[in-house]
Design a protein around this ligand. Structure first.
Ligand code: NAP
Ligand code: ZN
Ligand code: ZN
Length: 348
């Protein structure tokens, strides 16, 4: 077994606290990664507090992982000891179904194995995430990292990055399109950077107008306060596509009113309650509401390589691990610029 230590939640109410555990013995196709940085995703908070009803305790959250390879199994070809490797939201899948065979492991028909709080397909143990000292993962579910990028800023690409890159690519966001990003948090700021980089006219929608200057700096052409009905009305029927990253329950109709005929509102945010939506808002412009989850292994690597080429990383606040509970509270107050990243050296 591989000894590991990290920070775990032991119930929906308990703060995260130091925790020791063991990971599986590495297989021939596995790599062992010493974790350098792990991003703090709002999903970690939803999961740790059991807001989606999927929690398993003790739970070590964390699925935005960057680290250094310290051991490789005998069949590993993609990594050698000393390389930097990155791990995201899933760490295994059935590897045999149609989505798996087409590089869409995240949509595995048997269910992909999540990086934490899921049964490991190898030994049945419960996976433990990246708020920890190391990870054991099959090379297929790890990524290489462009050498020019700052590693703390790379960590959030593994969830916030791919979760926004994938739908923006799927709906072919590019020049000539007016695109909205709802929420300027971890996902939102990456969506803003990518949509701008793909050449779209990007409007950042926010409930916090104090983020306006940052949004403009990050690539927005305009910033729109979503609670200002008059300002929203001035943009009615003008958007081609909107990506909604909001983490708290909210009404979709104000955003649907912004779309042109045949426009799409793609949801990636996962509030604990389902949204209410007026069908009239949809039928009167033949609108689509869609959803998207992270991305497959090839597209995640494509996204990382794109970031290397265009020098894109997340804007991060690097914090010591023991500040994780305070970071959760600040995230709930929408006080994060724009992703907390745990410095795993501070685990001690
Ligand atoms: P985050 O950093 O906390 O950002 C969320 C942002 O949502 C806030 O900064 C805020 O932006 C906005 N917001 C909050 N309440 C709102 C409301 N009532 N109405 C409108 N906007 C509101 O969270 P994150 O890490 O980016 O995650 C966002 C959501 O995506 C979470 O629910 C997470 O679980 C989910 N997620 C989904 C996937 C997937 O695969 N689909 C992957 C990762 C995460 P402003 O201050 O600008 O308004
Ligand atoms: Zn995430
Ligand atoms: Zn599968």
């Amino acid at each position: 077994m591989t000894a590991s230590k990290g920070y775990a939640a032991t119930s929906a109410q308990s703060p995260l606290a130091p925790f020791s555990f063991e990971r599986r013995e590495p297989l021939a196709t596995d790599i062992v990664v010493d974790i350098l940085y792990c991003g703090v995703c709002h999903s970690d908070l939803h999961m740790a507090r059991n807001e989606w009803g999927q929690a398993v305790y003790p739970m070590v959250p964390g699925h935005e992982i960057v680290g250094r390879v310290t051991a490789v199994g005998s069949s590993v070809t993609r990594f050698k000891v000393g390389d930097i490797a990155a791990i995201g939201v899933i760490v295994d899948s059935c590897r045999a179904c149609s989505p798996c065979n087409s590089g869409q492991e995240h949509y595995c028909e048997k269910g992909a194995t999540l990086t934490y709080a899921a049964p490991d397909r190898v030994d049945g143990s419960i996976t433990m995430g990246g708020y920890s000292s190391n990870y054991v993962v099959d090379q297929r579910f790890a990524h290489t990292v462009p050498s020019n990028l700052d590693l703390a800023g790379v960590a959030p690409l593994l969830c916030a990055g791919i979760t926004t890159y994938s739908p923006l690519r799927h709906w072919k966001v590019g020049p000539g399109m007016k695109v909205g990003i709802v929420g300027l948090g971890g996902l939102g700021h990456m969506g803003l950077k990518f949509a701008h980089s793909f050449g779209a006219h990007v409007v950042q929608l926010t409930t916090s107008l104090k983020k306006k200057e940052d949004a403009l700096r990050l690539g927005a052409s305009e910033v729109l306060l979503s609670t200002d009905a008059d300002a929203m009305a001035r943009h009615a029927r003008s958007f081609d596509f909107i990506l909604d990253t909001a983490s708290a329950p909210h009404d979709l109709d104000p955003y649907l009113s912004l779309l042109k005929q045949d426009g799409t509102l793609a949801l990636v945010g996962l509030p604990e309650k389902p949204p209410a939506v007026s069908v009239f808002s949809l039928i009167t412009k033949r609108l689509s509401i869609a959803g998207s989850m992270i991305g497959g292994m090839p597209e995640t690597q494509e996204m990382l390589d794109y970031c290397g080429k265009h020098n894109i990383t997340a804007d991060v606040e690097v914090i010591p691990v023991h500040q994780i509970n305070e970071a959760f509270e600040r995230m709930l107050r929408q006080d994060v610029k724009y992703r907390f990243v745990l410095d795993m050296k501070t685990l001690g």
